[in-house]
Design a binder for this molecule. Structure first.
Ligand code: M6R
Length: 615
């Protein structure tokens, strides 16, 4: 988490950095800061709060003229969010200034040693320790900044993406990466540094993504020098052409990114299967899968690792993989998997699902699975992300940038990819009949249309949100394929409205949660056409008998649940196997409207960050 941005060139650095911070604010937004070299010294301003607070403060506090600068938007790890703990941080001499995304785990021991050497510390951060370690090495060893950074990083344990400059040598920025992303935009006689490419997309399409344990010295008038941190050897960097455009990272007339992203689902689901799903010919073609298909076919089992919403997509995949392809599937929280000495063999295939491709726990789970010989397949959205590079192969979801912290289009596009994989495997294994296979290909192709239809209930859903906006708790129930959707609906509500919500398999309700039900408890039940429809109806009766308020997601034309429920949200008819792709839509809208009505910051809910690059 945290966003970092930097610029060196001939333009004014401040507007580029400020705008870049606004674009990176999804990564963390509890404090922000900026440092500009003004031709004589460093102008530094930082504050608790958002980038907009920084902007106000900068106006009062510093001069912003200068063509070299760095900026930071923070998600606190060490030290509470306050002005002092905000980045950038100076070294004791005031010559070096640094921004950092990540955690230095052994900072405490280094800090003690530096204090003994006469260094003082003003913040509680690990970052201030790092910049002073660099300064100490630079002076002690009498080396240049780049060399000092390299030596220092060999002494630290943890994760980082850093950018640091020296006011005594204001023609270069030194950057380094381990575990947190760092992109370098290459312009004409100018360079950009950022956690992702969005801050510089209007200036250049050429970027270098540093690999882990790489650093770069970015000096004006020279090519970017990339080196290995371990042994200082030079690396020939790969300059990538970016496929991103400005429109994709703007709100496009919507009040929030989350709403824009909910509404983008019909088109991005199409993008996900475009060129991969040829329904009329009965073909599914997934580039990353073709060469590795036998690994899946011969696998003892598939282990899915992911976090949050991506984990919910993994749960949906468990149902479809087992149902169609008859491959045993285990779905694991990456954070638990990595620490519990799991049994993994060379006969296992691990699928790692991640929107950002940067989630630290998922990345660690992948590394563990690789060490133990498993084949690891990634389902990622962000092209070139750490997870997409760390996995043996994979499929991109092509959802486009997801900026709202609450995942929406990432979920449906992940399920789309996983559905295609499951169908393809089932076809090859012969575990699905030809007619069922063809039916599902055609139905999958229809999903964007069904999602569009589901979105038409928006006004009705807003009215339901109005009724329940003050509820203190919500229960979400679903069965089978829609149990993960219940979990996802509850997560969406919790994270953006701060209302407590629980997702449960509907039949489990009577084993405990039923005790919570009274007239104050709204219960969202996914009750679409399925093999369990009658059972879900019985669950609804049980809730009604205890005066619970029922909000049901039903298939268009449903009459039974309509009579029982207090409110209904209709979705088009789909096969049960594909229903999560549409039943999730009203739940996204419900949580969105409730959060807006409660005045929450929908795109940047408190305490959260878009990509969780710390464990
Ligand atoms: O980028 P990832 O998909 O790996 O992120 C995983 C979770 O952090 C993420 O899904 C999180 O739960 C979202 N805020 C949910 O909306």
């Amino acid at each position: 988490m945290c966003g970092i941005v930097g610029y060196i060139g001939s333009r004014q650095a401040y507007p580029i950095i400020l705008n870049g911070l606004k674009r990176l604010e999804y990564r963390g937004y509890d404090s922000a800061g900026i440092a500009i070299y003004d031709g004589a010294g460093i102008q530094l301003s930082k504050t608790k709060g958002k980038v907009s607070d920084l902007e106000k403060r900068v106006k009062k506090e510093i001069k912003t003229t200068g063509t070299l600068g760095i900026g930071h938007t923070r998600w606190a790890t060490h030290g509470v969010p306050n002005d002092v703990n905000s980045h950038p941080h100076y070294s004791n001499s005031g010559e070096l200034v640094i921004i950092h995304n990540g955690i230095i785990e052994n900072y405490s021991a280094i800090k003690k040693a530096l204090i003994k050497r006469g260094y003082s510390f003003y913040s509680e951060t690990d970052t201030e320790v790092l910049v002073n370690l660099i300064e100490d090495i630079k002076k002690k060893e009498n080396v240049k900044l780049g060399k000092a950074v390299q030596i220092a990083l060999n002494q630290v344990v943890g994760a980082y993406a850093i950018a640091v400059f020296d006011k005594m040598k204001p023609d270069e920025i030194v950057v380094a990466k381990l575990g947190s992303p760092l992109a370098i935009g290459i312009g004409e006689d100018e360079f950009f540094v950022a956690s992702d490419a969005t801050p510089f997309i209007e200036f250049t399409n050429n970027a270098i993504y540093l690999e882990d344990e790489e650093m770069a010295i970015i000096r004006l008038g020279r090519e970017v020098r990339v080196r290995k941190i371990k042994n200082d050897s030079l690396v020939v960097p790969y300059v990538q052409e970016l496929q991103l455009n400005l429109e994709q990272i703007e709100k496009g007339g919507y009040d929030h990114f989350m709403l824009k992203e909910i509404y983008e689902q019909p088109s991005v689901i199409k993008d996900t299967y475009r060129g991969r799903l040829l329904a009329s010919e009965g073909i599914i073609k997934l580039g990353g899968l073709e060469d590795h298909i036998q690994k899946f076919i011969n696998a003892n089992r598939v282990i899915i690792v992911a976090c949050g919403t991506s984990w919910h997509a993994g749960l949906v995949a468990e149902y479809i993989f087992e149902d169609w392809a008859r491959i045993p599937v285990e779905v694991e929280y990456a954070s638990e998997f990595r620490y519990r000495n799991p049994i993994i063999t060379e006969k296992d295939v691990v699928i790692a699902i991640s929107q950002s491709g940067e989630t630290a726990d998922t990345l660690a789970a992948i590394k563990l699975a690789k060490q133990r010989g498993a084949f690891v397949y990634g389902v990622c959205n962000v092209v070139g992300s750490s997870i997409s590079r760390e996995t043996h192969s994979g499929t991109y979801t092509h959802a486009g940038p997801e900026i709202g912290v609450a995942s929406t289009k990432a979920f449906t596009t992940q399920i789309t990819v996983l559905t295609m994989i499951a169908l393809k495997l089932a076809k090859i294994k012969g575990t699905i009949s030809q007619s069922n296979y063809m039916k599902h290909l055609r139905e999958l192709e229809m999903i964007p249309h069904h999602v569009e239809e589901a979105l038409k209930s928006d006004t009705k859903i807003r009215a339901i949100a109005e009724v329940f906006q003050d509820a203190a708790n919500f229960l979400y129930l679903g069965r089978g394929y829609n149990f993960p959707v219940a979990l996802e609906g509850a997560l969406k509500l919790k994270e953006i409205s701060y209302i407590h919500a629980e997702g449960y398999p509907a039949a489990e309700m009577k084993h405990g949660p039923i005790a919570l039900i009274d007239e104050q408890m709204p219960v969202v039940v996914i009750a679409v056409n399925s093999n369990h429809y009658e059972k879900v109806v019985s669950n609804i009766e049980e809730i009604k008998a205890r005066n619970g308020k029922i909000i049901a997601v039903v298939t268009e034309g449903d009459s039974t649940v309509k009579e029982l429920a207090d409110y209904i949200m209709e979705v088009p008819k789909t096969p049960e196997t594909l229903s999560p792709l549409v039943t999730t839509i009203p739940l996204q809208l419900l949580s969105y409207h409730i959060a807006v009505m409660l005045g929450r910051n929908v795109d940047q809910p408190r305490n959260l960050a878009k990509s969780v690059t710390v464990e």
